[in-house]
Design a protein around this ligand. Structure first.
Ligand code: FUC
Length: 791
């Protein structure tokens, strides 16, 4: 850990010295009307508390969330039937009887209980991430007509530079202004409301929640508290929201459900909230937070907030060209489909970083399917942690975007899954080590889910381990590596003790498993079959896990010789990647089955291309071509996250124009809210990614994709501008990170890199590819290495 902290401080000072700021104009989302639906509201957060600002004129709705607010509870998911049927399932798979194996799995090889409730588990023990409630500000204006229709000059905005939202307008010659932020330093939501005319403000503040909410108003302080369903006796997680309004000149009164503000020129609203997740003292905390916040002036609170946020945000700037910032963001989004606007990618990239800083912080839970933001009791797919792409995609940008310490919530979460994963390994497979399947939650669910078609893939935990490794690869923090080594080892032990030898080639494979959520047809039948042995993705993840575990043990000089010898023996026996003889694409399964849906949204078998690094130009050029063919077959559409993944794939294939085409597809404007699985992906007016519905993975996957177009370092060297499109002709970036802990600035003109600045925390030799030329650079720790007029 020490190294990270040192490097964070070190980079901060360096950045202060040499940062070239991107134009602030491209760091603002703005709109000329209030949000008409939640998907237009502007997200704010401090990594724990979230707020979505609608900015309404007569009623302003701010939807609140808290990252740990989950229904459900820990449950026993062990199902003894599963282990009894495991040998038969495996035999059927060996005989090519996958459909029969699948039928048995549907019946027996699943968790005890209802699992995720098919994605609607709010009242099951699995539970779901829920919104906290709504904060309403209802205004009374001294105008006879409807204020919403006669207001002038309305503007609602979100500054990514300051993490502050504003809404302003004029009504009857009075300007009303609201400023909103969620302070990390003071851990509180703050709204300041002002009017240009003295004592023109009259409004009521109230709270509500669709269920399980009690209101209380005492000493002009409004409270909302309740207890969610734990899925068993009904008494689950407790929460409390507390609201206080202060004003210099206004009169504040209250009744049992609302705070009333009369004749004020300005007022401050504080909202504090907490849950009892891992905390007993949460009520006192909520109260103390408001007390402490009140001791500071608004200017002090705002300054604290901006400073805290910018310490992270200002580490990186990106300039990809000018855009037309004078048009509202929703219009700009629409125009982007037909009009060239290279600055859109820089905005989207920084919006991703903004969401990460606002959505999760050290000592918080990781970003879930909704990040931190929700507006329902039953969030889509329980707003949980899906381990077959989604939560991992959330974390793809964290290292390269210079927010390394924000990976730690995922690291901690993974560590905490281990005890539950050990039980699952024993009870379902009688295996060593630990395993997690496809879905998990703060209650540490690791069992196979209720439906084998999607819930039986058992490399979810191993995929998380790749993130644990990447954090090391970017930071070189050996102390950290020692902390996470047992997690990697335990995950490896599971596969060492649980793979079987498939009959045809004698390869070691997972069984039973699936290739995330895709199905195939067995010869002579049209029935979709999901269950298989050794899907390509499984085998890539396991190979990578074994290699990382071995490397970690070498670095730490740690090892149980038998265990390491077993990994070394096993590596060459793992089923290899195969290229289809009939189509030249990378095979998704051991057999070259016909897919039920060749355009399926998951492209799991390309894990080795991205986020993995088994398939690269230097290691496996022939597989690069197979990946290209695979992507052509899959097409350029799909759900939001699927489009985002494809940006990353094409960037790794070094095809900048195609990556950019996928970026454009990701930004397809839509307001669709119904769940759709095949296509319909795009972007809401507030730039939230649309699965549909909203799912934050696409935002962060898209952010990572843009980074992959600018810099790559997964193949043993740093590649500057590996995949930029024709229209990012001239530009720069500052502060992106490469593996090895190197921080990089680059400047280019007419597609040619003109200058690179490298900073390394320690002495090291690196390989660098610039303008297609490879060179070796000797870095001195703490010193800038400037390469100007690079060839
Ligand atoms: C995976 C995906 C779905 C969706 C869900 C939350 O199961 O296949 O498209 O993103 O996670």
């Amino acid at each position: 850990m020490r190294n990270i902290r040192f490097f964070a401080v070190f980079s901060f000072f360096i950045l202060l010295a040499c940062k070239k700021e991107a134009p602030d104009t491209n760091l603002t989302l703005w709109y000329s009307s209030p949000a008409k639906q939640w998907e237009e509201a502007l997200p704010l957060g401090n990594g724990r508390l979230g707020a979505m600002v609608e900015g309404g004129i007569s009623r302003d709705n701010i939807t609140l969330s808290e990252i740990s607010l989950w229904s459900g509870s820990e449950e026993d998911t062990s199902n003894p039937e599963a282990l009894k049927y495991l040998p038969e399932i495996r035999n059927l798979l060996q005989e090519g009887q996958n459909l029969k194996a699948q039928e048995l799995m549907y019946k027996y090889f699943k968790c005890k209980g209802d699992g995720s409730g098919l994605g609607n588990g709010a009242n099951d023990p699995y539970g779901c991430f829920q919104y906290l409630g709504n904060l309403y500000i209802d205004y009374n204006y001294p105008v006879s007509e409807k204020s919403d229709t006669i207001a002038n000059g309305y503007r609602r905005s979100l500054s990514l530079k300051n993490a502050i939202a504003n809404s302003d307008f004029e009504l009857d010659k009075v300007t009303y202004s609201r400023e909103y932020f969620v302070s990390h330093t003071n851990d509180v939501i703050i709204i300041r409301i002002t009017s240009s005319k003295a004592q023109a403000l009259n409004f009521n503040v109230s709270l509500d929640r669709q269920e399980r909410a009690n209101l209380l108003c005492e000493n002009d302080m409004l409270y909302m508290g309740g207890q969610l369903n734990n899925g068993t006796d009904g008494f689950g997680m407790k929460y409390l929201v507390q609201t206080k309004v202060i004003s210099n000149d206004g009169k504040i009164t209250s009744n049992s459900t609302a705070i009333h503000v009369k004749d004020a020129t300005s007022a401050l609203i504080f909202v504090s909230a907490a849950t009892d997740y891992k905390k007993t003292n949460y009520m006192n905390d909520v109260n103390d937070i408001i007390d402490k916040a009140q001791e500071l002036t608004y200017e002090e609170l705002k300054e604290n907030h901006i400073k805290n946020y910018q310490e992270k945000f200002n580490r990186v700037s990106v300039d990809l060209g000018e855009g037309d910032y004078s048009i509202p963001t929703d219009e700009r989004l629409k125009q982007f489909q037909t009009k060239d606007d290279p600055s859109m990618a820089a905005l989207y990239f920084q919006f991703g970083r903004y969401l990460m800083i606002s959505g999760t912080r050290e000592n918080s839970l990781p970003l879930n399917l909704q990040g931190l933001w929700a507006n329902t009791i039953q969030t889509a797919w329980n707003g949980d942690y899906h381990l077959n792409i989604n939560i991992q995609m959330n974390y793809w940008p964290v290292e390269v975007a210079n927010l390394s310490e924000l990976a730690l919530p995922l690291v901690e979460f993974t560590k905490e899954l281990v005890p539950s994963g050990e039980k699952t390994a024993k009870s379902f497979y009688n295996a060593d080590g630990w395993v997690a399947h496809v879905i998990t939650n703060p209650w540490k669910f690791t069992a196979p889910a209720e439906r084998a078609s999607w819930g039986a893939t058992n490399t979810g935990g191993a995929w998380l381990c790749s993130h644990l490794w990447e954090h090391y690869a970017f930071t070189k923090d050996v102390e950290y590596l020692a902390e996470i080594y047992p997690v990697l080892k335990g995950a490896s032990e599971f596969f060492l003790s649980n793979m079987i030898k498939e009959k045809k080639h004698g390869w070691l494979v997972t069984a039973p498993s699936s290739s995330p959520e895709n199905s195939f047809k067995l010869p002579g039948t049209d029935e979709p079959v999901y269950v298989c042995m050794g899907s390509t993705m499984d085998m890539q993840i396991i190979r990578e896990l074994f290699m990382n575990t071995l490397e970690a043990s070498t670095i730490l000089s740690e090892g149980d010789d038998n265990f390491l010898a077993k990994i070394k023996e096993t590596l060459p026996l793992l089923a290899p990647m195969q290229v289809s003889e009939k189509g030249g694409y990378l095979q998704e399964w051991l057999e070259d089955y016909e897919e039920t849906d060749p355009r399926h949204r998951h492209v799991s078998h390309l894990y080795g291309l991205h986020p993995g690094n088994l398939i690269t130009d230097t290691k496996t050029p022939e597989l690069m071509e197979a990946c290209r063919k695979t992507l052509e077959r899959r097409g350029d559409e799909g759900t939001g996250w699927s489009r985002a993944w494809k940006i990353n794939f094409w960037a790794r294939l070094k095809d900048g124009n195609r990556a950019y085409k996928l970026f454009r597809n990701l930004l397809k404007p839509t307001t669709e809210k119904q769940i759709a699985m095949d296509t319909g992906g795009g972007t809401y007016p507030n730039l939230f990614c649309v699965h549909p519905p909203f799912q934050i993975d696409g935002n962060l996957g898209g952010c990572a994709g843009i980074a992959e177009m600018l810099i790559q370092s997964h193949d043993g060297y740093i590649d500057i501008l590996p995949a930029i499109p024709d229209n990012w002709k001239t530009g720069s970036f500052n502060g992106l990170k490469a593996r090895g802990g190197v921080e990089v600035d680059a400047y280019w003109k007419n597609h040619k890199v003109t200058k690179v600045v490298l900073r390394s925390p320690e002495d090291q030799e690196i390989r660098l590819k610039v303008n297609n030329k490879m060179q070796t650079i000797i870095m001195e720790g703490g010193k800038d290495k400037v390469l100007s007029e690079v060839e």
